[in-house]
Design a protein around this ligand. Structure first.
Ligand code: NAD
Ligand code: UD1
Length: 330
C-alpha cells in the first residue's frame, strides 16, 4: 500500500515508517518539524535503504495538504501529527484544539476528496479517564483532565461520525499505552525538547548525568509498591501494531488498545533500567503529580484476536534500547 504518514518524523511515526517500508509498503511523509528534526528522515532512509518523499507542510494548511493528495495515489493515511504535551495543553488550549482537531478535519476532508478510504488514527489510553483497569475498548470514554486528552476523545468522535456517514471507509483507532524504547540501531528514538515530562526519557537523562535524580511522584497509591503503574510498550511493537492494523483493515470502525497488558510500577521500572544498563538511578519520593492515575494498563485481547498482533518486547528491552539511543545522541 502507499501510505501517507502525517507526523512521520516524530517518535512513533518514524518507527512506523521503518516498519511499513520493511513490510513492503511505500510511504509519503508530511511533517512541519514542529517537534522533530529533518535529520530523522535521513536516519529512516539509512535504516531502510529506501528513498522517501517528504513534505515539510503543516497539515492544518488545506491547500498544501490537497496538493500532496493530488500528487500521490494514496491507499491509506496514518495520522500521527499533533501536539502531545499534557501540561502545555493546559496553558495553550487554543493551540492544542486548533492543531490536533483542525488537522484531523483537513486530512479527513482530503481523504474524501481524493477517495482514500483507509484511515488509521493515533489515540491514547488517556481517553479511558479513570475507568477501572484493565481498560477494554468497549468502555465508555470518561472525561480527561486536560485539553490534550480532550482532543483525542473529540477526534475519535469526529472520525467515527465520518465513518458512519460513509460505509466505504475503513477506520482504525489505535489507543496507545505508554510508548518507550527506541530502534535497535540507536539511530532513531524519542528526543524531547527541554526537561522531559515522561518517565523513560527522564530516567535516561538521569543516567547520562544531565538530570540529578528521578523524582517519584507518590508512593501511597493502591498498587504493588505504592508507586504509579503503567503499561509500557516498546515503540517497535507499537510500529508493528500499525502495520498489523493497516493490513487487517476492513470497512467499518475498529478500535484497538496497543499495550502489553502488563502493569509496571515506577520502582519496578527504575530497577529494570538499572539491571538492563548497569547504571544506578538515584530517586527521591515526592508528592503525587496532579492528574495522575494510580494504574493504567490495557486489556490487549482484541488486538491479539483480530489483528494477530501482540507485543514482543519486555520492560528490560525497552530500558536497554532507550539508553542505547540516549547515549548515542550526543
Ligand atoms: P511526536 O511529537 O514525536 O510526533 C508528532 C509529529 O507531528 C512531530 O514530528 C511534529 O513535528 C509533527 N506535527 C505536529 N503538528 C503538526 C502539523 N500541524 N503538521 C505537520 N506535522 C505536525 O509525538 P509521538 O510521540 O510520535 O506521537 C505521535 C502521535 O501519537 C500523536 O498524535 C500523539 O498525541 C499520539 N500519542 C503519543 C503518545 C506518547 O506517549 N508518545 C501516547 C499516546 C498517543
Ligand atoms: C502521560 C500523560 C498521558 C499521556 C502519556 C503518554 C499526564 C498526566 N499524562 O501519562 O496523557 O497519554 O503520558 O504520553 O501527563 N513519573 C514519576 N516521575 C517523573 C515522571 C513520571 O514518578 O518524573 C511517574 C508518573 O507519576 C506515572 C509514571 O511515572 O506513574 C508514568 O508517567 P509518564 O511517563 O508521565 O506517563 P503517564 O503519566 O502515564
Amino acid at each position: 500500500m502507499k501510505v501517507l504518514v502525517t507526523g512521520g518524523l516524530g517518535y512513533i511515526g518514524s518507527h512506523t515508517c521503518v516498519a511499513l517500508l520493511e513490510a513492503g509498503h511505500t510511504v509519503v511523509i508530511v511533517d512541519n518539524l514542529s517537534n522533530s528534526k529533518i535529520d530523522t528522515l535521513n536516519k529512516v532512509m539509512q535504516i531502510t535503504k529506501k528513498n522517501i518523499p517528504f513534505y515539510k507542510v503543516d497539515v492544518t494548511d488545506v491547500l498544501a495538504v490537497n496538493s500532496i493528495f493530488s500528487k500521490h495515489d494514496l491507499d491509506a493515511v496514518i495520522h500521527f501529527a499533533g501536539f502531545k504535551a499534557v501540561g502545555e495543553s493546559v496553558e495553550k488550549p487554543i493551540e492544542y484544539y486548533h492543531n490536533n482537531v483542525v488537522s484531523t478535519l483537513i486530512i479527513a476532508e482530503a481523504c474524501r476528496k481524493y477517495n482514500v478510504h483507509r484511515f488509521v488514527f493515533s489515540s491514547s489510553a488517556t481517553v479511558y479517564g479513570d475507568n477501572k483497569v484493565p481498560f477494554v475498548e468497549t468502555m465508555d470514554l470518561l472525561p480527561t483532565t486536560n485539553p490534550y486528552g480532550e482532543t483525542k476523545a473529540i477526534n475519535e468522535r469526529i472520525l467515527i461520525d465520518i465513518a458512519k456517514a460513509n460505509p466505504a471507509i475503513s477506520l482504525s483507532i489505535l489507543r496507545y499505552f505508554n510508548p518507550a524504547g527506541a530502534h535497535k540501531s540507536g539511530l532513531i528514538g524519542e528526543s524531547p525538547v527541554g526537561i522531559p515530562n515522561n518517565i523513560m526519557p527522564y530516567i535516561s537523562q538521569v543516567a547520562n548525568g544531565k538530570l540529578e535524580k528521578l523524582r517519584v511522584f507518590g508512593n501511597d497509591y493502591n498498587t504493588v509498591d505504592g508507586t504509579g503503574v503503567r503499561d509500557y510498550i516498546h515503540v517497535i511493537d507499537l510500529a508493528a501494531g500499525h502495520v498489523a492494523a493497516l493490513e487487517n483493515l476492513n470497512e467499518g470502525i475498529h478500535i484497538y488498545n496497543l499495550g502489553t497488558g502488563q502493569g509496571v510500577s515506577v520502582l519496578e521500572l527504575v530497577k529494570a533500567f538499572e539491571d538492563a544498563n548497569n547504571i544506578k538511578i538515584p530517586i527521591e519520593i515526592v508528592e503525587r503529580r496532579p492528574g495522575d492515575l494510580a494504574s493504567c494498563y490495557a486489556d490487549v485481547s482484541k488486538a491479539k484476536q483480530e489483528l494477530g498482533w501482540e507485543a514482543k518486547y519486555d520492560i528490560v528491552a525497552m530500558c536497554h534500547d532507550s539508553w542505547n539511543f540516549e547515549k548515542n545522541r550526543f
